[in-house]
Ligand binder design. Sequence first.
Ligand SMILES: C[S@@+](CC[C@H](N)C(=O)[O-])C[C@H]1O[C@@H](n2cnc3c(N)ncnc32)[C@H](O)[C@@H]1O
Length: 258
Amino acid sequence: MQKTSALDDRSREMDEKSWWDLWNTSYRTKDNNDSVSNELFTRAAALINRITQTGRGRVLEVACGTGTLSRMLVYSSYHGLDLSPAAIDQARQKSARILSPPGVAPPTYEAADFHDWELPPEQFDVTVCIDAISSFRDQQLVMKKLAQTLRPHGALVLTTINRFVYERIKRVGGVTLQSGPVSHWLSHAELNSLVRQSGLVIESSRTIMPRGNLGILRLVNSRRLNEAISPGMAAAFKRAKEFLGLGQYSVVVARKTS
Ligand SMILES: C[S@@+](CC[C@H](N)C(=O)[O-])C[C@H]1O[C@@H](n2cnc3c(N)ncnc32)[C@H](O)[C@@H]1O
């Protein structure tokens, strides 16, 4: 029988909001939590900052959790929302300790269910959604709403677990793929199709952060193989795996045309 962690056991009796309160207060109390989320945030922030530094920087983050990413972003204004009130509490407390640069409004955070969130009259230059689309009950509605938040030529930056890789990570004693209120793990192709259906035009769509140790991934990610080649070749091999769709996360940048 599979061993389950305390987190997984408690989650079975929880409603959606309480589960995400638990998740955020278990895994996101520190900004520097683990190497996987650190790399995800670093790479997402670099992508977003490239966009905001060359244009206007009104940023909306949907499912911002405890606001870790917001503290790595360059923006003119930032609004984050999340279903979990505990996460929003943490985000507010942490941001209150940071001084905003001159001329930049302090970030704002709101506890809300994005399905029911009333769209504000002002649209955003960049809308961000990190590692959360799999949790939304109605992914089509959410994707349409994400597109509606954008001004013409505004950009959506969205990352989500790449199902192909996630299903090929062997876990020890752990929280399983089904744990938590996950609605549907999208494949890379399903994600692209959902984005297109919302009317956005995909500017780039790729995977990042190769991982996995089952099936073919056991071979291509083997430590022995990757340590046997030079650092330069290892970096090139990593890029090739990302290009071929073997990264743990899918990352899409899409634009609103009009
Ligand atoms: C896997 S966590 C990722 C959080 C954050 N983006 C991060 O990377 O740390 C998924 C987040 O989605 C939020 N979420 C789930 N359903 C939501 C909804 N309907 N509206 C707003 N946020 C939601 C959860 O509260 C949770 O914080």
